[in-house]
Design a protein around this ligand. Structure first.
Ligand SMILES: Nc1ncnc2c1ncn2[C@@H]1O[C@H](COP(=O)(O)OP(=O)(O)O)[C@@H](O)[C@H]1O
Ligand SMILES: [Mg+2]
Length: 235
C-alpha cells in the first residue's frame, strides 16, 4: 500500500510506509547518499545508482524546466504523472508483475497539484540495455512483444518502449522508465507502434485503438504542416 505524508515541504508517497525508504530520502536531501554510479546527468534529469543496506537502488531527480505553463494547466485537470505511476506500479507488483521496476518512494515539491520537483526511489534492474545487444534476435523480439502484452494485462503501459528502457536480465526482459498513463486501447496501440518504430517489431493488431492512434497522429501532422506554412513553426 502507498502511504501519503508531508515531510517538511515535500509531499511524499511511500510504499508500505517503510521508514527505510524515508531514511534514504533523508540521506539524499542531506547529501549523505552512497552513490555508486551516475547513470544519467541531463538538464532536467539526474539518475544515480546508489548503495543501501538492502542492496543497490536507483534514485531519479526530475525537475522539468520546459512547457511550464502547459504543465500547470494540465495539473488542474489531470492526476500527476509520477503519482499515478507509483500507485499503478504498486498495484501491478502486488498482482505479480515482475517485469517492471518497483517504485519505493516518490517525493514532490508541489504548489496545489502542480509538482515541480520529483524524487523517485526505485528498484534497481540489473541487466543489459537492448541497445547494447543489437542486432536484436527474433527470439528476443518475441519476448519483448510478450512482455509489453503482459504489462498491458497489469493495466500499465510503457509509454516509451525503446532500446534504452528495455533491459535483458537473468530473469528475462524487464522494462524501466514506465509511464503513469492510463492503459487504454489507444495507449496500448501506441506501445505497439513504438515497438515497430524503435525495435522493428511489426504491429499485427489493427484494433480500434490502432485506428484512433493513427488518426490522432495524422491530425497532429496536419496541424504541424499548417503551422509551418503559416510561419508559426520551423520545419
Ligand atoms: N530501475 C532502473 N534500474 C537500472 N537502471 C536504471 C533504472 N532506471 C533508470 N536506469 C538507468 O538510468 C537511465 C536513465 O533513466 P530513465 O528513467 O530512463 O531516464 P529518462 O527519463 O531520462 O529516460 C536509463 O537509461 C538506465 O540506464
Ligand atoms: Mg528512459
Amino acid at each position: 500500500m502507498i502511504f501519503k505524508k508531508k515531510i517538511g515541504k515535500l509531499t511524499v508517497f511511500i510504499k508500505d510506509n517503510d521508514s527505510f525508504y524515508e531514511k534514504i530520502l533523508d540521506e539524499f536531501l542531506s547529501n549523505r547518499m552512497d552513490i555508486k554510479k551516475l547513470l544519467r546527468s541531463e538538464d532536467e534529469t539526474k539518475v544515480w545508482l546508489i548503495d543501501t543496506e538492502k542492496g543497490p537502488m536507483v534514485l531519479k531527480l526530475y525537475v522539468p524546466k520546459t512547457k511550464r505553463f502547459e504543465r500547470i494547466l494540465k495539473s488542474l485537470i489531470k492526476r500527476d504523472f509520477y503519482q499515478s505511476l507509483i500507485y499503478r506500479t504498486n498495484n501491478a507488483v502486488i498482482h505479480g508483475a515482475s517485469m517492471i521496476n518497483d517504485i519505493y518512494l516518490l517525493a514532490q515539491k508541489k504548489i496545489c497539484n502542480y509538482a515541480y520537483v520529483h524524487i523517485i526511489l526505485m528498484e534497481y534492474i540489473d541487466g543489459i540495455q537492448i541497445r547494447d545487444l543489437e542486432p536484436i534476435s527474433d527470439e528476443l523480439k518475441l519476448e519483448i512483444t510478450q512482455v509489453i502484452e503482459q504489462i498491458h494485462s497489469y493495466d500499465m503501459v510503457s509509454g516509451a518502449p525503446h532500446k534504452e528502457n528495455t533491459m535483458l536480465t537473468k530473469d528475462g526482459i524487464k522494462l524501466i522508465d514506465l509511464s503513469g498513463k492510463k492503459c487504454t486501447c489507444v495507449s496500448r496501440a501506441k506501445d505497439r507502434m513504438e515497438l515497430q518504430k524503435y525495435l522493428g517489431i511489426k504491429n499485427t493488431k489493427q484494433d480500434l485503438g490502432y485506428y484512433i492512434y493513427i488518426s490522432i497522429k495524422n491530425l497532429k501532422k496536419t496541424f504541424k504542416n499548417i503551422r509551418i506554412k503559416l510561419g508559426l513553426r520551423k520545419p
